[in-house]
Design a protein around this ligand. Structure first.
Ligand SMILES: *[C@@H]1O[C@H](CO)[C@@H](O)[C@H](O)[C@H]1NC(C)=O
Ligand SMILES: *[C@@H]1O[C@H](CO)[C@@H](O)[C@H](O)[C@H]1NC(C)=O
Ligand SMILES: *[C@@H]1O[C@H](CO)[C@@H](O)[C@H](O)[C@H]1NC(C)=O
Length: 528
């Protein structure tokens, strides 16, 4: 039908060719998605975490924190080992070259009287603080992988927030991505925090860490498994039973509501785009005027670059181009589990950027939801197109803050330098994280010689600034700073969402789950 009407207009006059809603819709295709993941109530294993003051836990491995002293010696922190045993073990450290440095461990067989048959010493460097403890705990637990599934963390007497970081790091350290390996050892699934601390003090950080792990699973899931449709289905399967309302726009509804930029991004793929809306309202019926936090997470389930194709090497991590959507989805679930007293709406625009025959061409013009036309000058600058429609759509609802997060760009100077220190992005003035009151400044449209209102050229933020209400001045957004509530925050996850190298600190290889803790912190900041 649509084709017929297009042909009819074409035989009239070219000028009458409409840039109609649904221009980028293709015929439905009956190719079934290749489903591999099992949907058994969740999308990851959830390790059991317990707190025990008794050092005899029955764990297969016990992790001890070790600190590098300025005189070159190494301290084993805490009092779980006798003075005699401590002195004996310390003699082994130089033999193994273990200095207590961060990101290093040494394993020593346990003896009669030790808390486990494998002792793992993990370095905190010169100082045991929240950050070094988190990384060291993760390193310690990773060292137990393949040996045992039950690990005790021997935590010295210290501040509650450092103990919470140890638990956070330990949970993070259980993370391995092995579900498609036939003979991989099982994950560590039982963590015992050996401490006399109040368990209530660590629940928050353990929960946040779990949801970071869940986000990692989504980011790592291959694109032949996780496509826009299966991601939307998974979101619904997990969120609906939790009482989070789920609404899904399929390609027909996207067309009917004129979200053509989202359709355009997915037009070259057999897997049609989806837009998912998740709504969480705090329970208890105590009030009806909760503050409203809106999150929009970019979900390119695979980014080939389209016709402006990436190289094979550059595509190797592009199944992770949906890290923003993963972070937003897992944040709303974490907030639900933690019963955060903030109303949260999470939007997941999902599309696969492929160079199929129906896909965007260079020079095509797309009308965005904000009713501004965009000339496509680079099909690999698709994330901003997906987001500009989703943000414009999401902005229509009354909100206290809107945060959008996407792997907008990881190239050159747009690579985010924001430092992920476990619970924050520190977004400095020269980093890809910006806020300002809405409408403070609209950037001029680039490319005045374009046939459209604008083009998808330049940096992602410069592009967003060209749209009404999406401007933002460089600024600083950090939880512990003088807090001046912004209305709009753009976060470029850049390369933060994917670690191409070996694990470091609490970061595993591949999907990092970056964003979850930051977004959760934002939601908590608006709680009443
Ligand atoms: C969109 O913009 C065009 C021209 O810029 C205008 O004619 C039209 O009325 C606008 N539509 C809406 C829904 O605002
Ligand atoms: C595409 O975006 C990148 C940044 O993400 C930018 O460097 C490049 O110039 C853009 N392409 C064009 C043709 O403007
Ligand atoms: C946190 O610790 C890791 C190593 O565990 C280190 O690489 C990083 O620089 C530290 N970050 C901060 C903010 O101290």
């Amino acid at each position: 039908m649509r084709l017929a009407s297009l042909v009819l207009s074409a035989v009239g006059t070219l000028a009458a060719l409409p840039l109609a809603a649904g221009t980028y819709i293709r015929q439905p295709h009956d190719l079934e998605p290749f489903r591999l993941f099992r949907r058994t109530g969740g999308d990851s294993n959830r390790p059991e975490v317990t707190v025990s003051p008794d050092k005899n836990t029955g764990a297969g491995a016990a992790v001890f924190f070790a600190q590098a002293k300025s005189d070159g010696s190494v301290d084993i922190l805490g009092d779980a080992l006798s003075a005699q045993r401590t002195a004996q073990i310390k003699k082994f450290f130089p033999v193994f070259g273990f200095t207590g440095a961060e990101d290093s461990t040494v394993k020593i067989p346990g003896e009669e009287g030790d808390p486990a048959s494998l002792l793992i010493f993990t370095g905190v460097g010169n100082e045991m603080d929240k950050n070094t403890t988190r990384g060291a705990a993760a390193f310690g637990v990773r060292a137990a992988y393949g040996v045992t599934t039950k690990v005790a963390i021997m935590v010295p007497k210290t501040h509650d927030d450092v103990i919470a970081s140890a638990a956070d790091g330990a949970v993070s350290g259980t993370y391995v991505w092995n579900k498609y390996k036939s003979n991989a050892p099982p994950r560590v699934d039982c963590i015992i925090i050996v401490s006399d601390c109040d368990p209530a003090k660590i629940v928050h950080d353990v929960t946040a860490s779990l949801y970071v792990n869940y986000a990692r699973d989504l980011v790592n899931e291959p694109a032949n498994v996780l496509n826009p449709e299966t991601f939307a289905q998974l979101a619904s399967d997990i969120a609906t039973p939790a009482g989070i309302a789920v609404e899904i726009w399929d390609e027909k509804r996207l067309a009917a509501e004129r979200l053509d930029a989202i359709l355009a991004v997915g037009a070259g793929s057999e897997n049609k785009p989806r837009l998912v809306k998740l709504s969480y309202t705090p329970g208890g019926g105590k009030r009806n005027n909760w503050r409203h936090v809106v999150l929009v997470g970019g979900g390119i389930t695979f980014d080939s670059g389209g016709l402006s194709a990436k190289s094979t090497a550059d595509m190797s991590n592009q199944r992770g181009d949906m890290a923003g959507a993963a972070a937003v989805f897992k944040t709303i679930l974490a907030a639900h589990e933690l019963k955060v007293n903030t109303r949260i709406t999470a939007w997941l625009p999902l599309a696969e950027n492929m160079p199929g025959g129906g896909g965007m061409r260079i020079g095509d013009i797309v009308r965005t939801y904000a009713n501004k036309t965009v000339e496509i000058v680079d099909t690999d600058n698709e994330s901003r197109l997906l987001m500009v429609d989703a943000i414009a759509f999401a902005m229509q609802e009354e909100h206290d803050i809107l945060v959008d997060i996407s792997t907008y760009s990881s190239s050159g100077d747009q690579n985010t330098h924001a430092e992920y220190n476990g619970d924050n992005f520190r977004c400095e003035p020269d980093m890809d994280c910006a806020y300002s009151p809405v409408g403070k400044r609209d950037a001029a449209d680039a490319d005045g010689n374009s046939a459209a209102d604008t083009t998808n050229s330049g940096t992602p933020l410069a592009f967003l600034y060209r749209f009404p209400g999406m401007s933002s001045s460089w600024g600083r957004y950090a939880k512990r700073d003088n807090y001046n509530p912004p209305k709009l925050v753009h976060i470029n996850l850049g390369a933060m969402g994917w670690n191409p190298g070996r694990p470091y600190a609490d970061q595993p290889s591949m999907g990092t789950g970056a964003g979850v803790k930051t977004l959760l912190a934002v939601a908590e900041q608006y709680a009443l």
